[in-house]
Design a protein around this ligand. Structure first.
Ligand code: SF4
Length: 224
């Protein structure tokens, strides 16, 4: 059975129909802005030394002072966990990880203990991580664990344009959700039903193609 791409799992966790549209799209390389934001995750120490003018020229999403405070908080938190140095100087970078069921790019691999990290270009939620990222994170952990024949208990999610880094435990609930989404992707055969979730559809790049009538459109039409 062919391996499922991390990106398909992530989009199917958001909405199976979105995954269907993603798969039909030819060009799936990330835009240059994505790489620019990701590069922040490999320069944390230099960013902590940078002045406000230099930070203002970086692809950060908060003002320079807020960014520096958030990154200092992240450094303190990770130093207490002995993970600041590994996050700044990972054992491996941009690794194509191939597991039994899934494959994709892991942005950093940390050692002692073995843990993958994924770099998000978006905004972190108030707490934890977004559900689609949780599924992606479990996939990355499983792929790395399979390659190294070593159990992986945690995964890191980095939000470098906000100076935030968070760790996820591989809980039973997360692993069960991952398995459900993996099954959904494997069974994808034709466009799945639309989801009933206005906030997701409003943020979805396929809203027009998909034909959903979101809350915003309904209120514009005086229907909602
Ligand atoms: S618009 Fe809504 S239903 Fe359609 S693909 Fe996007 S999230 Fe899914």
């Amino acid at each position: 059975m062919s391996r499922v791409a991390f990106s398909d799992l992530r989009s199917a966790a958001y909405c199976p129909r979105k995954c269907y549209y993603d798969r039909r799209r030819d060009e799936r390389d990330p835009p240059a802005t994505v790489e620019h934001i990701r590069s922040l995750a490999f320069r944390y120490e230099a960013l902590l030394e940078a002045d406000a003018n230099a930070l203002a020229g970086e692809p950060i999403k908060t003002d320079p002072d807020s960014f520096r405070r958030a990154l200092e908080h992240t450094r303190s938190k990770l130093e207490r966990a002995d993970r600041w140095d590994p996050i700044c100087n990972p054992a491996a970078e941009s690794v194509l990880a191939t597991g039994r069921d899934v494959r994709g790019i892991v942005h950093k691999v940390l050692s002692d203990p073995l843990e993958p990290t994924l770099v998000s270009t978006g905004k972190p939620p108030e707490t934890g991580v977004w559900e689609s990222q949780s599924v992606h994170a479990v996939a990355a952990a499983k792929a790395i664990a399979w390659e190294h024949e070593t159990p992986v208990e945690g995964v890191w999610l980095e939000y470098p344009s906000y100076g935030v880094v968070r760790r996820l435990e591989m809980t039973t609930r997360r692993k069960a959700r991952y398995r459900r989404v993996l099954r959904t992707v494997r069974e994808l055969d034709g466009p799945p039903a639309r989801i009933q979730n206005d906030s997701k559809c409003e943020a979805c790049e396929y809203a027009g193609e998909c034909g959903v009538r979101t809350r915003t459109l309904r209120s514009l039409l005086g229907l909602g």
